[in-house]
Design a protein around this ligand. Structure first.
Ligand code: 9WN
Length: 453
């Protein structure tokens, strides 16, 4: 098995960039997108839809900055971790006080986090997102390993460790060594069919939305976004968590949405591998990180792999059952470099099936949901469209397991998609048309990364 998810090879200098050649214009336009979204110490995902800082966006975006302006990569990560809560959680949104409170729903007033003990002075949300930050920090360092980068890594390391500790302890609601997400927004794949069953059990009425104004459908087509009923449930789940002061004690007895997600937990496992590498650079002990990684990988296999479907599924802690949809979340554990051969083979079979269409030559990148499912929706957000970040993660997994031909096919399809449609937020999985916001941060950043690879 070849492990390149968290590479140990000599880093390539940041100067080695495709400044000329076939992709020069594409490279420049991705860079211009990042420049356009840069906001004093971080990058907004989108100037229209998402005018604040988002957690896992910043991680992916830092990887892109490392290729063109490494200082910004470290600023991106350190500004996010400046908003880390005392308990170690890294908030999924950090609000920019200079942006009007009504520019995004739900805004800082709705979250009311500055009133919570242990929250930072700056307004944030109370949720988290997949912990891809240690992986991103390691990738950024590999791309541009200057002494200043090592200093930034040294400062970040204890914060990354605290982030992992929060997830591994306070969020281990199921008691099996995995973290539970308490809201679909925490998964990053907000309206994935994976959440349909657990979300349907959350009591909510569309009418609650009359009290609020959705801003997303001012900037994007309503048919491409989650529905009003989805939003009513999102609001209900936040309201429950907020009412408990965003505390995690006793979640199992009171919280309406508790799920162990394969992507989230695979990210938590690969973060430990990345932390082991980072520890080696900052004079810390990599041993405990390796042990944590092995434990998390074993728990992901034990709790979330279904031999009957041959793929991974989220586990709903309210019912104890795996959720039935076969979504791209099920492929994410491939990023774990020590995933056992049996599960690697199963995930590859799932990924190369008609459901996802992975191949050494493929027209389009992976969709977010099973193309053959009756509820596959090619236009609606995480219910079918292709997204660059998830494709980037799966590609890392393919490289980690020596699947170079499949990784090359995926890479070519990702580049062609953005070359044709531009740096959109997501893409029609069949026509390749750009959907959601134009000028989207992680699309630009991860394009730079795959171009440079
Ligand atoms: C809610 C910023 C974020 C991404 C998420 C994506 C979307 C927010 C929204 O945008 O979520 O967090 O308002 O829809 O689903 O993955 O981080 O790009």
């Amino acid at each position: 098995m070849v492990n390149r998810t968290v590479p140990s090879a000599e880093p390539s200098p940041a100067a080695a960039r495709p400044a000329g050649g076939r992709y020069a214009r594409l490279w420049q336009s991705a860079r211009a997108t990042l420049d356009g979204n840069w906001e004093h110490d971080h990058t907004v995902p989108s100037r229209t839809l998402y005018p604040h800082q988002w957690s896992w966006d910043s991680a992916f975006i830092a990887i892109g900055w490392a290729h063109v302006d490494p200082e910004r990569a470290w600023s991106e990560l350190s500004s996010l971790f400046d908003a880390q809560w005392r308990d170690g959680r890294v908030p999924h949104i950090v609000f920019n006080p200079a942006v009007p409170a009504t520019a995004y729903f739900p805004g800082p007033v709705f979250w009311a986090c500055t009133e919570v003990v242990g929250a930072p002075a700056v307004a944030t949300s109370g949720l988290v997102q997949p912990p891809v930050h240690a992986l991103a920090a390691w990738h950024a360092y590999q791309r541009a390993p200057a002494p200043q980068a090592r200093d930034a890594l040294r400062r970040l390391y204890p914060r990354l460790v605290a982030q992992q500790r929060y997830l591994a302890t306070r969020r281990d609601v199921g008691g099996a060594g995995l973290a539970a997400v308490v809201h679909p927004w925490e998964s990053g794949l907000d309206n994935s069919p994976a959440w349909d069953d657990p979300l349907a059990a959350v009591p909510a009425e569309e009418s609650v939305l009359r009290a609020y104004r959705r801003r997303d459908i001012v900037h994007a087509a309503a048919a491409h976004r989650p529905t009003d009923l989805d939003y009513a449930r999102y609001v209900a789940v936040v309201t429950a968590y907020r009412a408990a002061g965003y505390r995690d004690e006793g979640l199992a007895d009171r919280h309406p949405f508790l799920v162990e997600c394969p992507l989230f937990n695979a990210a938590m496992g690969v973060a430990e591998h990345a932390l082991a590498r980072i520890a080696g650079e900052v004079d810390a002990d990599p041993g405990p990180h390796r042990e944590n990684a092995a434990r998390i990988t074993a728990a992901v296999v034990d709790r979330l792999y279904d031999p009957a479907t041959g793929t991974f599924h989220p586990r709903d802690l309210r019912t104890g059952r795996l959720t039935p949809a076969r979504t791209v979340l099920g492929l994410a554990p491939l990023i774990l470099p020590d995933l056992p051969a049996r599960q690697v083979e199963a995930v590859l079979a799932e990924a190369t099936s008609a459901r996802f269409g992975l191949a050494a030559r493929m027209d389009r990148p992976l969709p977010s949901h099973d193309r053959t499912a009756t509820d596959f929706e090619p236009l609606r957000y995480w219910r079918g469209p292709s997204w660059m970040n998830v494709n980037w993660l799966v590609r890392q997994g393919l490289l980690a397991h020596g699947q170079d031909r499949l990784a090359a096919g995926l890479r070519a399809s990702m580049i062609e998609l953005v070359e044709t449609a531009g740096c959109h937020e997501y893409f029609h999985p069949e026509t390749g048309a750009g959907l959601g916001s134009a000028g989207f941060g992680w699309t630009a950043a991860l394009l730079l990364d795959v171009l440079a690879d």
